[in-house]
Design a binder for this molecule. Structure first.
Ligand code: HEM
Length: 397
């Protein structure tokens, strides 16, 4: 996507595109994107309306049941914290904050190391394996599974449901079929969590679902599905993104042998290297906002209700913010990427995903210093918003 971003940036800072979400403003500059993510004139409530304009959806909405199904989807999907504003957003974020406190995340390190070792122990690297299928996909899903307190045997179902949501959320122009699959899978996810609640209420644990139940009992969460909307969001957000940090990260390191060698010699450089990996090839390529109050940006008027696409992937390569932005440099310190967003919605799981990347990349580097790619041009997943590889075949020589 990066040559496209360069072209878009050259075309102007605020561009109207009909081919994105049936019509949206596209932002490419770091400063503008940071503004859109921090300024309350840009609302996070963006799920309504345009879904009905997806070609083919209107026709299928003639029946009352279909309409009710879509309304339920919109409520559950749009009820996730990432799509809330102001006081509602603060209230829900507060209910979850303790579950992501840095001290708590640090205590998870041993769990993440154990889960990583379990996965890596089962791999015969000489025979060759797909890093995405064997490591990048299952590990984050297992970690979020532990945090939510869900059974390992349910993992495959969750990943399939979540992948349907990813295909829908990450499409620049979602199809009616993608919407239907997302609708079905979100409902199944929510039913699954709903069935867990009585037991969790009876004997609460330290998991995130129990925390949300306690918040609900204290009146901090509304009892109209708000809790279930957060569970589904956490499950999805917890692994679709981290998978791509691990996959894109390893791919970038393997295609930059100098960086790989440098990290082998000095593992302490890992923290900075992961920051650069996030900047260089962000797992989340864009997010959206809706204009809450008419405003003017670089001389262009954005009308109330207009959709705005903030191209995080472009912001991270903005030459005004990063010197030599297309160069991957694991010693880069200047400039901060927007891969975790910015402002009130800044990623609550950032610490968790950094921990996972640190554990996995160190483990791979130590175990398999001679790892190499078996396919020079691996396949991408084709999801515009959630950039990641479909497969990354590797082996040790
Ligand atoms: C928010 C990216 C991992 C949970 C966000 C946002 C971004 C992002 C860009 C802001 C969205 C916006 O403002 O519209 C990423 C990336 C990750 C990652 C790149 C991995 C490399 C995680 C993990 C979890 C998580 C592991 C949970 C376990 C969330 C939640 C929000 C969020 C709940 C919404 C926060 C709010 O609305 O206040 N993430 N994320 N993310 N992320 Fe992440």
């Amino acid at each position: 996507p990066y040559p496209t971003y360069r072209r878009l940036r050259a075309a102007g800072p605020v561009l109207w595109r009909d081919d994105v979400f049936q019509g949206a403003w596209v932002l490419t500059r770091h400063a503008d994107i940071e503004l859109a993510l921090r300024d309350p004139r840009f609302s996070s409530q963006r799920t309504g309306g345009w879904v009905k304009r997806i070609p083919g959806v209107d026709a299928s909405l003639s029946g009352r049941r279909a309409q009710a199904g879509l309304d339920l989807f919109q409520r559950l999907f749009g009820g996730a914290m990432v799509f809330l504003d102001g006081a509602d957003h603060q209230r829900v974020r507060k209910a979850l904050a303790a579950g992501f406190h840095p001290t708590l995340i640090r205590t998870l390190r041993a769990d993440v190391e154990r889960l990583t070792d379990e996965l890596l122990d089962g791999i015969d690297a000489h025979a060759g394996f797909d890093f995405i299928a064997e490591v990048a996909r299952p590990l984050p899903s297992r970690v979020i599974g532990v945090m939510l307190g869900i059974d390992r045997e349910d993992e495959a179902r969750f990943m399939a449901w979540s992948d349907d949501l990813a295909a829908f959320i990450g499409a620049l122009q979602p199809t009616a079929d993608q919407l239907r699959a997302a609708q079905r899978s979100l409902l199944q996810m929510v039913r699954y969590f709903d069935a867990l609640l009585p037991a969790r209420r009876a004997s609460p644990g330290t998991d995130l679902v129990s925390r949300l139940l306690q918040a609900e009992a204290a009146g901090e969460l509304r009892a109209d599905g708000e809790l279930l909307a957060q569970c589904a969001m956490l499950l999805f957000a917890g692994h679709e993104t981290t998978r791509n940090l691990l996959g894109n990260g390893l791919y970038t390191l393997l295609t930059h042998p100098d960086a790989w060698a440098r990290l082998r010699a000095d593992e302490d450089g890992m923290t900075l290297a992961i920051r650069e990996l996030l900047r260089y090839d962000s797992p989340v390529q864009y997010t959206g906002r809706r204009v809450a109050t008419e405003l003017t940006l670089h001389g262009t008027t954005l009308g109330r209700g207009d959709l705005v696409i903030a191209l995080i992937g472009a912001a991270n390569r903005d030459p005004e913010r990063f010197a030599d932005p297309d160069t991957f440099d694991i010693t880069r310190r200047a400039g901060s990427h927007l891969s975790f967003g910015s402002g009130p919605h800044v990623c609550i799981g950032a610490g968790l995903s950094l921990l996972e990347a640190d554990v996995v990349l160190r483990a791979v580097l130590r175990r398999w210093p001679t790892l190499r790619m078996l396919d020079a041009a691996p396949r991408w997943n084709g999801i515009a918003g959630l950039r990641g590889l479909a497969a990354l075949p590797v082996s040790v020589s």
